[in-house]
Design a protein around this ligand. Structure first.
Ligand SMILES: *Cc1c(COP(=O)(O)O)cnc(C)c1O
Length: 364
């Protein structure tokens, strides 16, 4: 194969106005590519996760979290969330989440399907935290105490997205308040961590501080959006809950027979802190974009970014002008606003080009 084809694309070498649509538009990082190639060149290995690479990465994950957790690998985040939630619920239970939660808005009913009907209960709230995509203790309290009769699906799980779908991050105190409320009502705690790395990079904490130490039972730890080719890890901190999880994964068609090609690239992220470096870079680019729009009349930021996305309000004419120039960004997330998502390989030049186009369209 031509060398050019195995080098990950880099936006500086290959500028792309599509870049801000999502962090899964980015390629894989060199470190992930390195371990993928190592796994490939090291000869045959047992299938279905019995290989040395999967063992190694799982051990590395236990070191990272500094606790004895169970680790599974699946192809995508929808499966990770759906199967994790199914393992926490019976079909007559319910899962409390925010109205903008990915499990509610973007998983095509996967959590309900894989749990055989567990209902998602949406915590409505007018609070500032809720407007920023977060669950609050009051929102949970309200749903849990509203009904206790046999006709209502019994609340069993609280699902927290960290970082949130709106690019905000639960601070340690906010998180503790939510998890304490969940514990008070004997609810299990699931964390959708599609952008967990961005949250840890933003908070500068230990990954254990915002997971098992505050009572998170299971974390869906995203790799795809942080430089992996494919794959998310499902990390059970309460190991009793992972009993039979392997069968769920298999039944759902999520058990990779050549598992090593999903697990080995994780070594690239976990060795030498690359997961935090990648996420930190994406976060920093969101800060750069946010800072850059402050003096552009006609562009308003809904809230300051804490992770790697920036939500902007602009006229439909400006949004169209950007699209006509080739920019790609989502406009359907959380009731309007244009979402600009930075990724591990977003460069200063990418951000500056976007700012320049925004500026020229707003003054036109
Ligand atoms: C991207 C994402 C997921 C996973 O989505 P898949 O496309 O199924 O991999 C899950 N949760 C959140 C918050 C996400 O942004």
């Amino acid at each position: 194969m031509n060398e050019e084809h195995i080098v990950p694309t880099n936006s500086q070498a290959n500028p792309s106005r599509q870049h801000f649509a999502s962090d899964n538009y980015a390629g894989m990082c060199g470190e992930a590519m390195h371990w993928l190639a190592e796994a490939n060149s090291s000869g045959p290995q047992p299938a279905y996760g019995e290989d040395v690479w999967t063992q190694k990465v799982s051990d590395r994950m236990r070191e990272l979290f500094d606790t004895d957790c169970d680790v599974y690998f699946v192809f995508n985040g929808t499966a990770a969330n759906s199967l994790a939630l199914a393992s926490l619920c019976q079909s007559y239970h319910s899962v409390i989440c925010s109205p903008v939660a990915h499990i509610e808005t973007d998983e095509c009913g996967g959590p309900e399907f894989f749990s055989n009907g567990s209902k998602l209960l949406i915590a409505e709230s007018e609070s500032q935290a809720a407007r920023q995509g977060k669950l609050t203790p009051e929102g949970i309290e309200q749903l849990v105490t509203k009904r206790s009769d046999i006709h209502y699906p019994k609340p069993k799980v609280v699902s927290i997205t960290q970082a949130t779908e709106l690019g905000t991050v639960y601070g340690l105190d906010e998180l503790k308040a939510v998890t304490a409320k969940a514990r008070e009502h004997r609810l299990r705690i699931h964390m959708d961590g599609a952008r967990f790395a961005n949250a840890v990079a933003s908070l500068g904490c230990h990954p254990g501080d915002i997971t098992w130490k505050v009572g998170v039972d299971v974390l869906c730890f995203g790799g795809t959006k942080n430089g992996l080719p494919v794959g998310e890890a499902v990390v059970f901190f309460d190991r009793k809950l992972s009993e039979d999880f392997a069968y769920r994964v298999k039944q759902a068609g999520q058990l990779a027979s050549k598992m090593r090609f999903i697990s080995a690239p994780w070594l690239g992220l976990l060795e030498e802190g690359v997961w935090l470096r990648n996420a930190g870079r994406a976060n920093a680019m969101a800060q750069r974009l946010h800072a850059g729009v402050q003096d552009i009349a006609g562009v308003d930021c809904t809230h300051a970014p804490q992770a790697n996305s920036v939500f902007l309000h602009m006229s439909e004419a400006t949004a169209k002008a950007l699209r006509d120039k080739g920019w790609r960004f989502y406009q359907f997330i959380a009731g309007g606003g244009c979402r600009f998502m930075c990724s591990w390989d977003t460069s200063e030049a990418d951000v500056d080009l976007l700012l320049a186009d925004l500026r020229s369209n707003c003054s036109a």
